[in-house]
Design a protein around this ligand. Sequence first.
Ligand code: FES
Length: 140
Amino acid sequence: MNRKEFFRTSALVLAAAAVGSSFLESCAKTSTTPQGPSVNFTVDLSQAAFKALNSMGGYAYSNGVVITRISTATDGFIALSQTCTHQGCTIAYQATSMIFVCPCHGGTYDANGNVTGGPPTSPVKKYAVTRSGNILTIKG
Ligand code: FES
């Protein structure tokens, strides 16, 4: 191997190592484990702050959780953590397109908390919602 071949081979080896390292790093950041704090609280659907939840498509925020009415069934609610899994900004519900959007870098999540766009690589936590009369319990 002459000097020119040595440098060419070395450059290729270094480039391959850099690509491999970058690939492994990006894979390591991806997680299917939902991220979000543990919660256990109630909301009263008869209170003004939560009356929107009595209608299909209505939503409200409480304790770092976005609660959304997704069907007319009495138990048709979902609750997701508002903490974006990318860098922790606060997620909001976009009722017109029925997605959950992070305003910081455009991360988006579906109704199950799965990432549908932007830089987040982990889903947000989805909480159990149970109803008793006008009281919703959000827990998880
Ligand atoms: S902090 Fe939410 S997309 Fe970056």
